[in-house]
Design a protein around this ligand. Structure first.
Ligand code: G6P
Ligand code: MN
Length: 441
């Protein structure tokens, strides 16, 4: 197998150690010749490299490792870009979450006014910068984009680049499949082939087939209703995520036809969710005091004794594994089935062709080949079209520098009760985002 070169863009992320771990544990599936780490925050990136270096040297002593803040060095001669940037860092995530909550609306990383609109408009230019650098220095590379909010980012890259050699992906449906596989006593999430439709963080499983071709969804539904939802990987076992898995059961009780993406909780119960959130302490604070603090503590341990330091190798997360597997499926034309975000073009026949939808696709060297399904029924279609409008309007607001479109993006979102509230939130978001946003008029 021909060896490949990968650059991780946003390498200072708390998710990077897990991605490096997956890359090197899967070196049979995706053999590497080069691993580049790229970030605009040099100190944070070096910190991640410090704690992973022992593992890299042990697993891949001959690997060409590049750690750089220079785009030309990072993006030259690479086959894959794993883009997972967080524009504005966790500080801006915190602001995105807290501003809507001030007005009693859901404050969430990727959902609602703080997610689709605030983070969406902020993320677009950052992701464009990565795509432009990748296309300039390695025109034939594939960009696997994890950067959030993935639905809005995918719509923006569709308009700007036609999503040519860009694959937008999210780990959440796969993390849920991991739970299902555990409930069914199957060794891996790969033992299940999902049928699924929707938008990113906004979709439903309609069938979940095992390798014998039996739809296990009815059995899973009964298990979820009677025993609750199994928690998935290490990432989603965090105490904060337990509420999500409890709420998952409520969604299935209220809407038993299909099995939901857990993010639907923020839309289907938006008032209850907002009421249960603390405007002074949101998920960003927990990540800062949890995952990020652990990473900093690891670095202190490294600094105390660099020569004897051992990299923290943890139980696997879907986040790392999924992106490496998807890259291998492209690299070696494996045509594996993954849930990915693609331009609709009839995959969901009664949604617009130009919607960026999340559906199963066979991932080949020339890209994803989506699976077409039957038209969806009114309830799902209505919910999806409303959310799609919000996402498209957020991207319009970015390109047109339009205050009105941003207002409409917020007002049409299911997490927002009225235009008065939408306008207050928007004005606060404009102030908080400063130069991260274009000036709206
Ligand atoms: C899931 C989603 C990601 C999201 C993450 C947030 O994995 O698919 O898009 O960023 O959850 O998790 P956190 O632990 O940072 O709240
Ligand atoms: Mn996601």
């Amino acid at each position: 197998m021909e060896k490949k070169a990968v650059v991780i863009a946003g390498a200072g992320s708390t998710h990077t150690p897990g991605i490096i771990q997956s890359l090197l544990q899967k070196k049979q599936e995706l053999p590497l010749r080069k691993l580049a780490l790229y970030d605009i925050d040099e100190q944070r990136m070096n910190l991640v490299y410090d704690i992973m270096r022992q593992f890299i040297e042990q697993e891949a002593p001959d690997l060409d490792v590049v750690v750089t803040t220079d785009p030309e060095t990072a993006f030259t001669d690479v086959d894959f870009v794993f883009a997972q940037i967080r524009q504005g860092g966790l500080a801006m995530r915190s602001s995105d979450e807290k501003i809507p909550l001030k007005y009693g609306c859901v404050g969430q990383e990727t959902c609602g006014a703080g997610g689709s609109i605030s983070y969406g408009i902020r993320s677009i230019p950052g992701v464009f910068g990565i795509v432009e650098a990748a296309k300039k220095y390695s025109p034939n590379c594939w960009i696997l984009n994890y950067s959030n909010p993935a639905a809005v980012v995918a719509e923006a890259t569709r308009r700007e680049f036609g999503n040519e050699r860009i694959l937008n992906i999210c780990d959440m449906p796969t993390a849920i499949l991991l739970s299902y596989s555990k409930m069914l006593n199957l060794p891996s999430w790969r033992d299940l082939d999902p049928c699924y439709f929707g938008l990113n963080h906004f979709g439903w499983f309609t069938e979940v087939y095992d390798k014998q071709g039996v739809d296990r969804l009815p059995e899973l539904r009964e298990m979820i209703l009677n025993q609750g939802m199994a928690v998935s990987d290490r990432h989603h076992k965090d105490p904060d995520w337990m509420h999500t898995w409890a709420q998952y059961v409520e969604i299935v009780k209220d809407y038993p036809e299909y099995l939901p993406n857990s993010y639907l909780q923020y839309y289907l119960y938006s008032q209850d969710m907002a009421a249960g959130m603390d405007p002074e302490h949101t998920r960003a604070d927990s990540v800062i005091n949890g995952r990020e603090k652990e990473m900093f503590a690891e670095h202190q341990a490294y600094l105390a004794d660099p020569a004897n330091y051992k990299s923290p190798i943890q139980s696997f997360t879907v986040f790392g594994d999924f992106i490496v597997d998807a890259a291998a499926s492209i690299a070696y034309n494996k045509a594996e089935r993954y849930l990915v975000i693609v331009e609709n073009n009839g995959a969901i026949p009664n949604l617009p062709d130009d919607a960026m939808v999340e559906v199963p696709a066979y991932v080949r060297s020339w890209g994803p080949e989506p699976v077409r399904r039957a038209p969806i029924s009114t309830f799902y279609k209505g919910l999806i079209e409303e959310q799609l409008a919000s996402e498209k309007l957020a991207v319009d607001a970015y390109f047109e520098h339009s205050y009105q479109k941003a207002l409409e993006a917020i007002a049409v979102n299911k997490t927002i009760p009225s235009t008065t509230v939408a306008r207050k939130i928007l004005d606060d978001l404009i102030a908080a985002n400063g130069d991260y946003w274009p000036e709206l008029h």
